[in-house]
Design a protein around this ligand. Structure first.
Ligand SMILES: [Zn+2]
Length: 241
């Protein structure tokens, strides 16, 4: 087997290093988004806890209003009951009793409403507790995420520096003409300029290679382009010769 020419070997190595570098650069670029996501999750949990507290406070205020109304009705009932002793006629007495019954009915309806409020408050208290626990858990998760992301950032920045140096080193091993062809392809083909043969097809666009293509690639001495995507295709088997 013909060994892959040193130029093509250098080109393939450059592509590997560029690919590895681009991977780190991409992951580094994704860090702010991940930080934002972690913060938004925490903010949403805190907002939910605040809303639950507000709902509970509103329910309590409403109940205090109802309790005042009840107190008013009780005073009214007591006043009417005292007046009962002063009525002179049977009709007056009946009218007064009817009035008392009406006030008591209203009072009873509000008592029911108060009971319903108390049940709702119990439910809201549980909701506040649950939301506060969730917010505390979210704060812990956010702190953990920050630590992880900080560590990842340090690692990635170190790797980017090291891999940039390694990539630049690989560039020096590729002849100028081939390098400029590579750079054009890299920009035009989403960072993938050089691909290997995969199942007798272009490893970039997967177009089947002809027997003639495969024959040329097996020689391993020319930078052969895929007819479909224009990427430089290399037969890795030619490298192991
Ligand atoms: Zn292709």
């Amino acid at each position: 087997m013909t060994p892959l020419s040193s130029d093509l070997s250098a080109l393939l190595e450059l592509q590997r290093r560029d690919h590895a570098l681009a991977d780190r650069v991409g992951r580094h670029a994704a860090l702010p988004g991940r930080r934002r996501e972690a913060l938004e999750t925490l903010e949403a949990a805190r907002a939910a806890a605040e809303k639950a507290k507000r709902d509970l406070e509103t329910a309590r205020t409403e109940r205090r209003g109802l309790e005042k109304e009840i107190a008013g009705f009780q005073a009214e009932t007591e006043r009417l009951e005292r007046q009962l002793f002063d009525v002179k006629t049977n009709d007056e007495y009946k009218a007064m009793q009817h009035q008392i019954a009406t006030v008591k009915e209203k009072s009873s309806a509000i008592e029911t409403a108060i009971l319903e409020h108390m049940e709702r408050e119990e439910w809201l208290e549980a909701a506040v507790k649950a939301e506060e626990e969730a917010a505390a858990a979210a704060a812990t998760a956010k702190a953990e995420a920050d630590r992880t992301l900080d560590a990842e950032q340090v690692t990635l920045e170190t790797e980017i520096t090291e891999r940039t140096t390694a990539r630049d080193e690989a560039r020096r091993a590729v002849p100028a003409a081939l390098l400029s062809r590579y750079d054009r392809l890299l920009a035009a083909r989403e960072g993938l300029a050089v691909v290997e043969v995969v199942n007798a097809a272009c490893g970039g666009c997967h177009r089947a290679l002809t027997a003639h293509d495969l024959q040329i690639l097996k020689q391993g001495d020319t930078a052969h382009a895929c007819e479909e995507c224009g990427r430089i295709v290399i037969d890795p088997a030619a490298a192991s010769g």
